[in-house]
Design a protein around this ligand. Structure first.
Ligand code: NCD
Length: 312
């Protein structure tokens, strides 16, 4: 495997191999010296064109825990603000000969494009509302830890499915591992033909008690061009996961960042059913496993044939 652009790139055995490897890395995170030399001398470039707390910090920690060197690039404060394009930026940064580029972009298909412009391996850390494969892997990892296996589990994904790259990647990953997925939200926030992804669709929470796992999503206001719900208050009244709606045996997940009081009430965030903190912790070991999968045993890429442009 050279790149990780989509969950579609992985079959069930490949997902399980990454998760098993991630599990072996938990031992590293528990040591006093949280570092192994597996990727010593390799270069990882974090290229983030969108806000990120968890994803960027965990990729950095994952790379450093494997002894790789990391360059963090955020579009704000860079020459992107002077008008440099994504392609020119990637080619400029390729002059540093990174072995792997982690890219987050507001544009669908950006990671795929980057993969065509660099000899490095590319990991998609979120491209617009399209995909976020490492989030799906860490969520599957967290659930395996909690449930043992996903086979036969009923997972409800509730909220703004329309604008969510997490929903798309997670539906694919959960179903590949044998779970039954239902998406739920207001009709304006559920894409048409959602069933083609292999999930069921509900527009009310009436059947939520049937779920083993409740996965709540944030309203992705930054991707909304219209008003999709009458008001946040009305949305919360119908779709908020709160103490009244969440059953004692149900597992609660959220990719973060949470808008407290909108998709989740404060009481459920801090409840024993919530595994939100475990998801964040899993982000490090799962991303270590992804970096290892793509880089260990692979020789360093040759420099690009195209000469790098002079940056502004
Ligand atoms: C998500 C994202 O950026 O896609 N967050 C994350 O990576 N943990 C979800 C979100 O922003 O709501």
């Amino acid at each position: 495997m050279r790149h990780l652009l989509s969950i579609a790139d992985l079959d069930r055995p490949a997902i399980e191999r990454i998760l098993d490897r991630a599990k072996t890395f938990t031992e590293v995170s528990e040591r006093e010296i949280k570092k192994v030399p597996a990727l010593r001398g390799r270069r990882v470039l974090n290229l983030f064109y969108e806000a990120s707390t968890r994803t960027r910090s965990s990729f950095e920690l994952a790379a450093k825990s494997l002894s790789a060197d990391v360059i963090n690039f955020a579009s704000s404060g860079s020459s992107v603000e002077k008008g440099e394009s994504l392609k020119d930026t990637v080619q400029t940064m390729s002059a540093y000969r990174p072995d792997l580029i982690v890219i987050r972009s507001p544009h669908v298909g950006a990671a795929q494009l980057v993969a065509g412009w660099t000899p490095a391996s590319v990991v998609n850390a979120g491209d617009g509302k399209h995909e976020h494969p490492t989030q799906a892997l860490l969520d599957v990892y967290t659930l395996r830890e909690r449930l043992g296996a996903l086979d036969g589990a009923s997972i409800w994904i509730v909220g703004d499915v329309l604008h969510s790259r997490v929903a798309r990647s997670n539906i694919m990953a959960f179903t590949k591992l044998g779970a039954k997925v239902t998406v739920c939200g207001p009709p304006t926030l559920i894409p048409r033909a959602m069933e083609t992804l292999g999930c069921e669709v509900e527009y009310t929470l009436d059947r939520l008690p049937e779920a083993d796992v409740v996965y709540a999503l944030r309203m992705q206001k930054e991707r909304m061009t219209d008003s999709f719900v009458p008001s946040i208050r009305e949305y919360a009244a119908q779709y908020q996961i709160n103490g009244r709606r969440l059953g004692a045996r149900q597992v609660l997940m959220h990719p973060g960042p949470v808008n407290r009081g909108v998709e989740l009430s404060a009481e459920v965030i801090d409840s024993p059913q919530a595994v939100i903190g475990q998801q964040v912790a899993a982000g490090v070991v799962v991303r270590m496993a992804v970096l290892y999968e793509l880089l260990a045993g692979r020789s360093a890429p040759q420099p690009a044939v195209t000469p790098a442009p002079v940056s502004a």
